[in-house]
Design a binder for this molecule. Structure first.
Ligand code: C5P
Length: 311
């Protein structure tokens, strides 16, 4: 509010008014404060300033310190760091400008009848963070998402899907792409038949479900011939022999890289993640970090792959 009106009565606001440099703001406040027309009017006013101008990173949507939920959370520090790097380097930081990226995220939901279904545990957080990190680096991102409770990251085109078959079709429709990052937890099977009405509980006991195998979207994309993305990245959640299993998955799926997650610790729905990147050339361990930071690490690695920086 002070920056928008030129009021300089403390150190921070004086600095903002005394500078002739571009300013990056990472607003953080209660959800209703952020949504208040007075605040939104100030944000809009700042965006109209001529000269070096004011840029924004965030706020994110999520739980507030006060116990409420909504937009107003400070952007994650790695996202702020990315935004600073992008501001300082200008167009050079948009290392993925002109590249098309496809990201899958979240679970799939395979209906049994109108009220029941088979699904996997996946918050979608890691995939959404990757889509956001690729977009911040200038890529044109299509995010094919199963049902999750997350907002689409800024600048990302989200395609909602429910089933594995829909996810596969949406991935095909998103081609051509330079890079595909498949983080979705796709259900391995779907019910053979979907009942049109709710299956009733019967005295004879529970019904048996006949299942059909779902297509492997990652393997299919890796074998897509001329339409194959130049770089295909899969994820592997393992609880034992992380590297061995991930390396076998790399060759079985035909993808270029596997990001291997040790899920024996707390990962599902958590904000932290540790991973090992497995490529034909070798392995890189990435220490436990936030999912946002891990997404930035992977996006930088993808950018390096395309710019030809030695890997
Ligand atoms: O075989 P598994 O499910 O462990 O492999 C995980 C990787 O394969 C992830 O990248 C996941 O998104 C992808 N996958 C897929 N389609 C499937 C199963 C897994 O794209 N049907």
């Amino acid at each position: 509010a002070k920056a928008a009106r030129g009021l300089a009565d403390d150190l921070a606001s004086t600095t903002l008014i005394a500078t002739d440099k571009r300013v990056l703001m990472a607003p953080a406040m209660n959800v209703r404060m952020w949504l208040h027309p007075a605040v939104q009017a100030n944000v809009a006013r700042l965006a109209t300033f001529p000269g070096p101008g004011v840029a924004f990173v965030g706020p994110d949507e999520g739980d507030m310190a006060c116990g409420e939920f909504g937009p107003g959370r400070m952007a994650e520090p790695p996202a702020i760091l990315d935004a600073i790097a992008a501001e300082l380097a200008g167009p050079a930081a948009r290392l993925l400008a002109g590249r098309r990226a496809l990201v899958t995220a979240g679970p799939t939901f395979e209906p049994i009848d109108p009220v029941r279904g088979l699904t996997n545990r996946s918050s979608g957080k890691q995939g959404y963070a990757i889509a956001a990190a690729l977009a911040r680096r200038g890529a044109e991102v299509t995010l094919v998402s199963g049902p999750v409770a997350l907002d689409a990251p800024p600048g990302v085109a989200r395609v909602w899907v429910e089933t594995a078959l829909q996810m596969q079709a949406a991935c095909q429709a998103a081609l051509p792409a330079d890079v595909a990052v498949m983080t979705a937890a796709v259900a391995d099977w779907r019910p053979d038949q979907v009942a049109t009405g709710k299956i009733k509980k019967a005295p004879g006991g529970p019904p048996s479900l006949a299942l059909t195998e779902n297509p492997d979207i990652l393997a299919g994309l890796s074998a897509a011939g001329p339409r194959r993305p130049g770089l295909v990245v899969g994820f592997a959640a393992e609880t034992e022999d992380l590297i061995g299993n991930a390396r076998r998955k790399l060759s079985r799926k035909g993808c270029d890289w596997i990001v291997a997650n040790d899920v024996s610790a707390d990962v599902f729905g958590a904000d932290g993640n540790a991973a090992t990147l497995i490529t034909a050339a070798g392995e890189e361990s990435w220490p436990r970090q936030s999912k946002t930071a891990l997404a930035g690490t992977l996006a930088d690695r993808i950018a390096r792959h395309f710019t030809g920086t030695p890997e």
